[in-house]
Design a protein around this ligand. Structure first.
Ligand SMILES: C[S@@+](CC[C@H](N)C(=O)[O-])C[C@H]1O[C@@H](n2cnc3c(N)ncnc32)[C@H](O)[C@@H]1O
Length: 128
């Protein structure tokens, strides 16, 4: 990353395949959290309602909860529901501050900030 910790996401997601760099699966057909997360962040806002009618191990609900979306999920399998329930009940999530407190959830959250390094700031050396 070096001094430029931001890069645009293109239509080729080379970082989302399964392999030694991704998280361990707990369910045989589990979708990567990273993929669901990216789709959800592109298509919904905090407070929106997300439906996954095929819950599986609950990745959609987990990601929705993590990013401040409401969710509904269901499954025909008792095994899936039990796994998802256990996963959600034992998860811990980060706390995000509201970006515009007077607007509530619709104003969005402050998720992450990165330093804006310019030639001017390097010349002025404000860090010391
Ligand atoms: C591919 S997994 C779900 C993956 C999950 N949506 C995710 O993103 O990780 C498919 C799930 O769909 C469930 N399923 C299959 N047919 C269904 C149906 N008609 N209604 C609800 N769930 C169903 C299966 O029990 C299984 O748990």
């Amino acid at each position: 990353m070096g001094d430029y910790p931001v890069e645009p996401i293109t239509h080729v997601w080379a970082d989302s395949g399964t392999g030694s760099f991704t998280e361990q699966k707990r369910y045989v057909v589990e979708t990567q959290t990273k993929v669901i997360e990216r789709c959800m962040l592109m298509t919904t806002d905090p407070g929106d309602l997300v439906l996954d009618p095929t819950c599986g191990s609950g990745t959609t609900a987990y990601v929705a909860e993590k990013w401040g979306r409401r969710w509904i999920t269901c499954d025909t399998s008792r095994v899936a529901i039990t796994l998802a329930k256990q996963r959600l009940m034992t998860a811990s999530f980060d706390y995000f501050a509201l970006r515009y407190p007077h607007e509530g959830l619709k104003g969005g959250f402050i998720y992450k900030t990165v330093p804006h390094v310019t030639l001017k700031s390097i010349a002025n050396n404000p860090g010391d």
